[in-house]
Design a protein around this ligand. Structure first.
Ligand code: PBG
Length: 322
């Protein structure tokens, strides 16, 4: 009998394929990122991200109420404020857009995990993720102080977790210290630990109005060519007090996700970013691929690589697992 081993035997029927499937994706492991704008009764389409919107708080609360019935893993809030300045003052405001959004969402869906993005880029008039000195260079340590205050304001408003995405050195340690000192020692931090300077953030910058007015983010976000450096970033963040380590983007960085999973025992998150979303949407809109199948496959692949949690714009309309 040739060949004796026939792997096709277990692929013969849908039932058998299901039985031996090694990885599944479920809604409870997905986080939906969404954009909050000031005002009332606003749900404005984001041009570069079909199916995603700018929501005023009231409309987002309506959306979240529906979403909560799907048992999605959580939502990640991004503020798109109308006031920007050199010091990101509105980021630490105790009545900021995000503070108000957290409070409203907690009223309609108290059990849904609400996570907040902690970064200054949408709040600074220059669009960089930290505070600049007079020469236009990022002031790392001063930026960490502002970021920690921003995280604290979210904690006080009732956020379930904070997610710093700025890539300053030492920000996790600073944030952990400020949170602990203020009685939030049990509030988890999901660190954007290995965040690459990626071309795939293009649509997001459109959505968050956060394109830097000069220069780029390569002095703080990672070089896409480096893998070992990502492990150093993650090791440091874990030591500084991060509870979840994130790799971002996801699809083009599956090797980093796999390495992270092997090396660290904490939950690993991966962010399927705006460009990954927009590519699938655009191809599907042209009839070049089947959207549902492509979404399922992309999420499954990110999980197979080792992600426990996936942050994805597809979370909102994620239906049944593969
Ligand atoms: C803010 C931030 C960015 C993203 C998440 N947080 C943009 C950036 O760093 O340029 C990207 C998310 C996406 O592309 O979906 N620093």
């Amino acid at each position: 009998m040739f060949p004796q081993t026939r792997l096709k035997r277990l692929r013969k029927t849908p039932g058998l394929r299901r039985l031996v499937q090694e990885t599944t994706v479920s809604a409870s492991q997905l986080i939906w990122p969404c954009f909050v704008v000031p005002g009332r009764n606003i749900q404005e389409p984001i041009r570069s991200m079909p199916g995603q919107f700018h929501y005023s708080i009231d409309r987002l609360a309506e959306e979240v109420k529906v979403l909560n019935n799907t048992k999605i893993g959580g939502i990640l809030l991004f503020g798109v404020p109308d006031k920007k300045d050199a010091f990101a003052k509105s980021a630490t405001d105790k009545k900021s857009l995000i503070v108000q959004a957290i409070q409203s969402i907690k009223e309609v869906a108290p059990d849904l995990p609400v996570i907040t993005d902690v970064c200054l880029c949408a709040y600074t008039d220059h669009g960089h993720c930290g505070i600049l000195d007079s020469k236009g260079n990022i002031q790392n340590d001063a930026s960490c102080d502002v970021l920690a205050q921003m995280a604290l304001s979210h904690a006080e408003a009732g956020a379930d977790m904070v997610a710093p995405s700025d890539m300053m050195d030492g920000r996790i340690q600073k944030m952990r210290h400020v949170l602990d000192e203020s009685g939030f020692e049990e509030l988890p931090i999901m660190s954007y630990a290995a965040k690459y300077a990626s071309a795939f953030y293009g649509p997001f910058r459109d959505a968050a109005h956060s394109t830097p007015s000069h220069g780029d983010r390569k002095t703080y976000q990672m070089n896409p060519a480096n893998a070992r450096e990502a492990l150093r970033e993650m090791k440091l963040d874990l030591k500084e007090g991060a509870d979840i380590l994130m790799v971002k983007p996801a699809g083009p960085y599956l090797d980093i996700i796999a390495k992270a999973k092997e090396r660290f025992d904490c939950p690993i998150a991966a962010y399927q970013v705006s460009g990954e979303y927009a590519m699938i949407k655009a191809a599907a809109a042209n009839g070049w691929l089947n959207e549902n199948e492509a979404v399922q496959e992309s999420l499954l692949s990110i999980k197979r690589a080792g992600a426990d949690i996936i942050i994805t714009y597809f979370a909102k309309d994620f239906s049944s697992p593969l």
